[in-house]
Ligand binder design. Structure first.
Ligand code: ATP
Ligand code: ZN
Length: 210
């Protein structure tokens, strides 16, 4: 049977737990971070190591059959992929945050304000849902410094502990979206036997953790 390919993050917050999950499923492979691809010796699977932002697109295009990525990244890229299983790690929340001394106290107060984010698509959808007309400033990193520099009135960014917000004089204001790592597949793969075997193993690893 033809091998399936699964894309996981090459390095970063999801890498280690993704590798560990696959190892806990009994898969035997070398975790070569310098190579983009590695084969599993005892299962019909190859592992691709990619930047997380590229994973939904690779899966949507069918270059990879499966992927492990944060729900936030899938939403931001608006990819058409099948959601198979939440994985219980990589938990975080995309939040709106404002300067500690800000007068903003209600979502409506964001009308006419500017918000810096690296998640413009998710933020735009959120603002539309609440009928708020704000100016979205897209920046790719260090979003927390934007208000202090006078670039924006608020930010929308991923928060797990809140420490970075606090040290930049910001406070959380509203939750936009919760996220965790999820197993995705290209559409049409659902009945594949290798996938069904892998999914069963993943689900029993998750159950054992409960
Ligand atoms: P890459 O180099 O692969 O593009 P990255 O810098 O975009 O990596 P990471 O910071 O490694 O991404 O985060 C990967 C994912 O981990 C996020 O998309 C999110 O789903 C999740 N995550 C969990 N906690 C946090 C956090 N505190 N900050 C950012 N992401 C988090
Ligand atoms: Zn990324």
């Amino acid at each position: 049977m033809k091998n399936l390919k699964i894309a996981i993050q090459k390095s970063g917050r999801l890498n280690e737990k993704s590798v560990q999950l696959l190892k806990n499923c009994g898969l035997d492979f070398e975790n070569y971070k310098s190579s983009l691809i590695t084969s599993v010796s005892n299962f019909n699977l190859e592992i691709l190591f990619l930047r997380d932002d590229d994973i939904p697109g690779y899966v949507e295009e069918g270059i990879a059959d499966l992927g492990i990525v944060g729900e936030n990244v899938i939403d931001e890229t608006e990819s058409n992929v099948s959601y198979l299983q939440r994985l219980g790690f990589g938990k975080c929340t995309l939040k709106l945050a404002i300067p500690r001394d800000s007068k903003i106290s209600d979502l409506k107060d964001l009308n006419g304000k500017s918000i810096a984010t690296s998640y413009p698509v998710i933020l735009k959808n959120f603002l539309e849902e609440y009928k708020i007309d704000a100016d979205i400033q897209t920046i790719s990193g260090s979003v927390e410094i934007a208000p202090g520099l006078g670039l924006s009135d608020a930010i929308c960014d991923i928060v797990s502990t809140g420490g970075t917000l606090k040290s930049n004089g910001l406070k959380p204001f509203a939750d936009v979206r919760k996220s965790e790592a999820i197993l995705i597949a290209r559409e049409g793969l659902e009945e594949n036997e290798i996938l069904m075997e892998l999914l069963q193993r993943i689900q029993s690893v998750l159950r054992a953790k409960e």
